[in-house]
Design a binder for this molecule. Structure first.
Ligand SMILES: Cc1cc2nc3c(=O)[nH]c(=O)nc-3n(C[C@H](O)[C@H](O)[C@H](O)COP(=O)(O)O)c2cc1C
Length: 159
């Protein structure tokens, strides 16, 4: 019997994470993005991180167009933005302030920080792929993170 994916989702939901929006662009420069928490730093030397992208996501093919992405780390005030980018369809970027990074990838404004990467390797991961990104540029600023735990958005309590 294959393992029940709903159990995996429930148990992994206990692993509290921050929330990011991963952005990329197509060859014409149009911006795309999706909310993601299956992301992690991978290596410091060389500086690498990885992201996991669902093959069914509309954004999926555009990572292969441009081979670049930005990991935008959301602040606790950006839950609405996270919900927007977690929903397929519509013009996700309408009214959302962003600027192009060094590689031309969309950097969202008012986040806690961002990391712009060039994709150096892509691995199979079941119904997802794993993109390994080489870090080209990164910046951080003060603020409090948006948290995802047990299927809900949360905020840090206390300091
Ligand atoms: C908190 C949270 C984390 C998510 N993490 C991921 C992820 O790591 N990878 C992924 O492919 N989708 C993830 N999703 C789902 C996508 O955001 C969702 O499928 C989105 O609609 C994809 O947008 P698109 O079809 O326009 O590309 C996550 C959703 C939420 C709410």
């Amino acid at each position: 019997m294959p393992f029940d994916p709903t159990v995996l989702r429930k148990v992994m939901g206990l692993f509290a994470t921050g929330v990011t929006i991963i952005t990329t662009r197509d060859q014409s420069g149009n911006p795309y993005g999706l909310t993601a928490n299956a992301v992690t730093s991978l290596s410091l030397s060389p500086p690498l991180l990885l992201i996991c992208v669902d093959r069914k996501a509309e954004t999926f093919p555009h990572f292969f167009d441009s081979k670049i992405f930005v990991l935008n780390i959301l602040s606790q005030d950006q839950e609405t933005l996270s919900r927007r980018f977690a929903t397929t369809g519509g013009d996700k970027f309408s009214g959302v302030p962003w600027r192009p990074g060094a590689l031309g990838t969309p950097i969202l404004e008012e986040t806690l920080g961002y990391i712009e990467c060039r994709i150096v390797e892509t691995l199979e991961g079941g119904d997802h792929v794993i993109h390994i990104g080489q870090v080209e540029e990164a910046e951080s600023r003060d603020g409090r993170p948006l948290i995802f735990f047990r299927g809900k958005y949360r905020q840090l309590a206390g300091d």
